[in-house]
Design a protein around this ligand. Structure first.
Ligand SMILES: Cc1cc2nc3c(=O)[nH]c(=O)nc-3n(C[C@H](O)[C@H](O)[C@H](O)COP(=O)(O)OP(=O)(O)OC[C@H]3O[C@@H](n4cnc5c(N)ncnc54)[C@H](O)[C@@H]3O)c2cc1C
Length: 383
């Protein structure tokens, strides 16, 4: 086969796609405007919530389920082939609630998990102490405290995952062009070309895995309104040993401890355009949240903080598939809060499409939609 493929963007989605394609016999070149794995993927916390492909029907749950099924095998192969351990750990998750609204939301969530046959259990006082003794004070002092345990939740060391993918790509013959900006795309005669280093180039397939920057790069394809950057901030603390085993989740915020005592607290959602950076107010609210649950973190060392831009789409589904009307152009972008988790599944789907094989799961919900503005400024969506 050896079909030539260019993957633009070397984040979790681009690197995993390149790795999968190279293993299926494609000649792959990956181009990134910066260094490999330094975009949003580097900033991600690396939480992989529970999923079950067998019993899920919603398209995003199926993609999550496919990825969830693939992850342990991928992590093991990456570790064996590259010597870099992506740090995948089935550490379990605790989901906490302390207001009637939060409890109602969690009850809905647990019912949904049960429908998918995802193991989930509401904990008694004794059980929560057995899971996480560090939560004793919070449990005692919170009138409506409730907690659920989900064993099938994983954590991943995002920078290690990206480093392992980079080495695995190189070992499989993928050519990596770093610090190389793809400045434009043009389509003629139903085929796409990309411009970099001053030249127009094309290959049998071009896959845009450019995360939040996809709209800018693909502006001429009228996809520009489809991905919005949503900034999230993270605070990293360090204790002499980990205070917790499970990932502790409450609404959209979480605390997770690495084995070496590094404790990661995230996150928020804010529209800041393409501007990275942290703010005192958000970091303080993250610290307040974490010390409310785990007072021992008050004396933890502050290591660093960072932010990343999540690629959000308006319908909540990533865009994975061919661009309508262009025979050699594909997009895999818009994975919002789950791009690390969804990376193996996305890679497999793109490789299925390029190999002209039946996709592992139905892909209709992820198809690329083009926005077309008419003269009165209204937007019409076509597929
Ligand atoms: C705070 C935070 C916490 C998160 N936590 C989690 C989590 O726990 N679990 C999870 O699954 N997900 C999480 N996410 C989401 C996840 O990080 C993203 O969905 C994912 O990283 C998107 O990956 P990507 O490969 O599409 O984008 P990116 O990693 O941003 O990669 C895109 C690449 O394209 C390159 N590029 C862009 N334009 C061009 C161009 N014109 N030419 C060449 N190269 C270009 C960029 O340099 C970049 O390297 C989190 C995100 C944030 C911000």
């Amino acid at each position: 086969m050896n079909k030539s493929t260019t993957v633009v963007g070397a984040g979790a989605i681009g690197l995993s796609t390149a790795w999968e394609l190279s293993q299926r016999g494609f000649d792959v070149t990956v181009i990134d405007k910066s260094l490999t794995g330094r975009g949003t993927s580097w900033a991600g916390a690396g939480i992989l919530p529970p999923a079950n492909l067998r019993n899920s029907f919603d398209p995003i749950d199926r993609l999550r389920g496919l990825s969830h099924q693939l992850f342990p095998e991928w992590a093991e192969k990456l570790k064996t082939d590259t010597g870099v351990d992506p740090g995948l750990q089935r550490c379990g998750g605790l989901y906490l609630a302390e207001t009637p609204g939060e409890i109602a939301a969690m009850s809905g969530m647990t019912e949904y998990w049960q429908e998918m046959e995802i193991d989930c259990k509401q904990l008694t006082s004794d059980e929560i102490m057995g899971q996480e003794a560090a939560l004793a004070g919070w449990w005692r002092n919170t009138a409506n405290a409730a907690a659920w345990h989900v064993p099938d939740e994983y954590q991943l060391r995002s920078p290690k995952y990206l480093a392992a993918l980079k080495i695995a790509c190189k070992q499989s013959g993928v050519i990596l062009l770093e610090n190389t900006d793809v400045t434009d795309i043009r389509c003629s005669g139903g085929r796409a070309e990309i411009q970099y280093e001053g030249d127009w180039q094309t290959t049998d397939a071009i896959v845009l895995t450019t995360g939040v920057w996809t709209g800018q790069l693909a502006a001429s394809l009228n996809l520009e309104l489809s991905i919005v950057p949503i900034r999230g901030q993270i605070l990293l603390l360090k204790t002499s040993k980990p205070l917790i085993r499970n990932i502790i989740n409450m609404g959209q915020r979480y605390v997770l401890a690495r084995k070496d005592g590094h404790t990661l607290i995230g996150s928020n959602e804010e529209e800041s355009g393409f501007e990275l950076g942290t703010t005192e107010s958000v970091l303080k609210s993250l610290l307040d949240f974490a010390t409310h649950l785990l007072p021992d973190l008050k004396t933890a060392e502050h290591v660093k903080s960072w932010s990343g831009l999540r690629p959000m789409t308006f319908d909540g589904f990533p865009m994975i598939g061919p661009v309508p009307g262009v025979e050699n152009l594909y997009v895999a972008a818009g994975h919002h809060r789950s791009g690390l988790h969804l990376s193996p599944g996305t890679a497999v789907l793109i490789a299925d499409m390029l190999s002209q094989e039946k996709p592992h799961i139905p892909i209709e919900a992820f198809q690329i939609r083009k926005n077309k503005s008419n003269h009165d400024g209204q937007t019409h969506t076509t597929t």
